[in-house]
Design a binder for this molecule. Structure first.
Ligand code: ADP
Ligand code: MG
Length: 141
């Protein structure tokens, strides 16, 4: 299925709605260009999980952990990953196969270690439909 949003607020609200209903153990992957809205979506999802502290892209670390919500929230941003061994070093399996909620920005860069099942979210711009338009595709893989 897909959802079209016309503002950052709408993308945030979509993330929040999904975060309010999510089951522990869910892994989300987020794909889309720089500035697509992956982090905006993640911030909404975090709020839906009951996390009040501000969520930003974990630019200098691959993983940021938030414990104050209904479930632990494992926010990955693998944009700057050099080698897949960096994922082994942080023990990614504990998170991917744990009881929290995982969200991975730039997941296409670590495709070979993604779990068998996850929720794939792709955010696309379409300048013909406006600067703030986004098409957000959500697929269970
Ligand atoms: P990414 O994490 O994909 O690199 P960010 O979420 O950090 O992107 O940034 C998205 C940028 O696009 C923000 O500046 C946001 O205000 C802007 N924006 C404009 N329209 C939208 C929309 N419909 N949904 C999400 N972000 C939008
Ligand atoms: Mg980001």
């Amino acid at each position: 299925m897909f959802v079209e949003t016309m503002s950052p607020g709408e993308t945030f609200a979509l993330g929040k709605k999904i975060g309010e209903k999510v089951s522990p153990g869910t892994v989300f992957t987020l794909t889309g260009d720089l500035g697509a809205g992956k982090t905006v979506f993640s911030q909404g999802l975090a709020e839906g999980l009951g996390i009040r502290e501000p969520v930003s892209s974990p630019t200098f670390t691959i993983l940021q952990i938030y414990d104050e919500g209904r479930y632990p929230f494992y926010h990955f941003d693998v944009y700057r990953i050099g080698d897949i061994s960096e994922m082994d070093e942080i023990g990614y399996e504990d998170y991917f196969y744990g009881d929290g909620v995982c969200l991975i920005e730039w997941a296409d860069l670590i495709r070979e270690i993604l779990p068998e099942r996850y929720t794939r979210i792709t955010i696309l711009k379409d300048v013909e439909k406006g600067f703030d338009y986004r098409k957000i595709d959500i697929t269970e893989v």
